[in-house]
Design a protein around this ligand. Structure first.
Ligand code: SAH
Length: 462
């Protein structure tokens, strides 16, 4: 079985630093069940590919087992399975752990990566493979193989060559593979115990909690051992500090305190509402609606016919509901509203069918490597006529007296962009998904550093 990892990040040979394996050498490692070889089929400045070839030794495999026919005749030597995860952790352990002595800054950097695995076995077929990897932001290409080429009527086998493309830190890609390859495989080659829970939680950190198939992944990873699965799931659902609910509780207060002297929030909402009307958008989905600041305005305005608020934070939605309840709105206005708990990085049919999506001060809360998942969810799948995105302009931060230099406006912000960065991103999105884009500044404009908030209005190309 073979795994290749390619990048076009430049210089592409940085992949060698990240994997701790020199691109000019072929190295072999002896493992309890066979040999692993690492080599680079290509290594130039523009493109670099590392290959991990696992050569399972069938004799080593059967040595300790009762000798039934299936001990000799099985797919183990050819299918990426739990053996492969062991190989990844032994051969690429430093990279998997997110360490890089020579270029530490690369570890956290999202870089374009393509992983190709020959072959994965998926008894539940193509859909299951997609459901595992697509929510993590991967573009998935699959090649299925017939059961027997000489008997096409027998149909397709459960084996696939899988290509996964994404922009993310390498350690995260390896963690995804480490967990999900054995999830696809029904035969874990070793006994599972409590230690496996630790491995699952360690390598699932930062993504498993939010994965829509979290329960299925946990169950399969732990070989359907009920007690272990329950213990792992309890830890995966435990509330913690980074819970978006608690993070959001203070969000409005903190950010408003920084921006207050300009009452920027009100100006921002006014601009968004004006843009919605200017573009004849009456059915609106407010993505990352928070505690309902925009929803409140839209709900009271009879111009708008249907309003849906989406947020990942259940607590925020509860607060929104309480705040809107207090308005005692007439029934016809109240009935326009719908609140949905959901994450913007997972494809969701419930956000389709709207004239416009408002994404107000939300993108900076998404990890950079999740942005392309968000882009696809919104611009490719939901595909509203208009999309309005606002985000802070980091250049303006020097004008906030109560914000220490170099700090972002809120501690949950993963990034804040300059005008150029935002415009480059928005233009690229427009190009990728066939939308045109216009920009607007919101708030007092400073000649040198621009205005505090930047807004992009995307219109679908007809
Ligand atoms: N649009 C609101 C809130 C902005 S704060 C306003 O202008 O007042 C950012 C909001 O995005 C928070 O409510 C947070 O819970 C939400 N959020 C962050 N990540 C999200 C995700 N992946 N999916 C959905 N909502 C998310």
């Amino acid at each position: 079985m073979l795994l290749t990892i390619s990048t076009t990040h430049q210089p592409a040979t940085d992949l060698g630093y990240l994997l701790h394996k020199h691109p000019n050498r072929c190295q072999s490692f002896s493992l309890p069940f066979g040999e692993a070889h690492v080599f680079y089929p290509e290594a130039s400045n523009e493109q670099c590919t590392a290959a991990l070839l696992l050569d399972i030794n069938p004799v080593k495999l059967v040595r300790k087992r009762t000798l039934t026919l299936d001990a000799y005749v099985n797919d183990r030597p050819y299918v990426a399975s739990s053996f492969f995860s062991v190989a990844i952790s032994q051969v690429f352990g430093t990279a998997l752990g997110g360490r890089c002595k020579d270029k530490p800054e690369l570890v956290e950097t999202a870089i374009p990566l393509i992983a190709k695995i020959s072959v994965l076995s998926s008894r539940k077929g193509e859909d299951f493979l997609r459901e595992l990897f697509e929510p993590l932001g991967y573009q998935v290409s699959l090649q299925n193989y017939p059961l027997d080429e000489t008997f096409p009527e027998w149909g397709e086998s459960k084996y696939f060559t899988v290509e996964l493309e994404n922009t993310l830190p390498l350690s995260l890609l390896l963690s995804h593979l480490y967990v999900l390859i054995p999830v696809l495989d029904n035969n874990k080659h070793y006994w599972v115990n409590e230690e496996e829970i630790d491995k699952l939680l360690r390598h699932g950190e930062g993504w498993l909690k939010e994965h829509p198939l979290k329960e299925e992944i946990t169950k399969r990873y732990l070989k359907r051992q009920y007690r272990l699965t329950r213990a792992a799931l309890a830890q995966l659902t435990e509330p913690n500090e980074t819970d978006p609910d608690s993070a959001q509780e203070n969000h409005d207060k903190e950010e408003a305190a920084v921006e207050k002297p300009l009452s920027l929030n009100q100006q921002r909402l006014n601009c968004v509402v004006a843009a919605l009307k200017q573009h004849n958008a009456r059915k609106i989905v407010d993505l990352g609606c928070g505690q309902g600041n925009l929803l409140k305005i839209l709900l009271k305005d009879n111009y708008f016919e249907k309003i849906t608020g989406v947020d990942v934070s259940y607590r925020s939605l509860e607060i929104t509901k309480e705040r809107l309840d207090r308005l005692h709105l007439p029934r016809h206005q109240w009935e326009k509203l719908q609140l949905i708990q959901g994450s913007l990085t997972y494809k969701d049919n419930r956000i389709s069918g709207y004239d416009a999506a408002a994404v107000v001060e939300v993108i900076e809360h998404l990890d950079l490597y999740r942005l392309n998942a968000f882009e696809r969810v919104l611009f490719e799948f939901a595909r509203p006529q208009k999309v309005i995105v606002t985000t802070p302009n980091i250049e303006y931060n020097v004008n906030f007296e109560n914000l220490p230099a170099g700090k972002l406006r809120h501690k949950d912000h993963r990034f804040e962009w300059t005008r150029e960065e935002f415009q480059n991103w928005a233009k690229q999105v427009g190009e990728n998904f066939s939308y045109s884009v216009e920009f607007q500044n919101i708030g007092d404009e400073d000649l040198e550093v621009g205005s505090p908030t930047q807004m992009a209005v995307f219109s679908v190309n007809s």
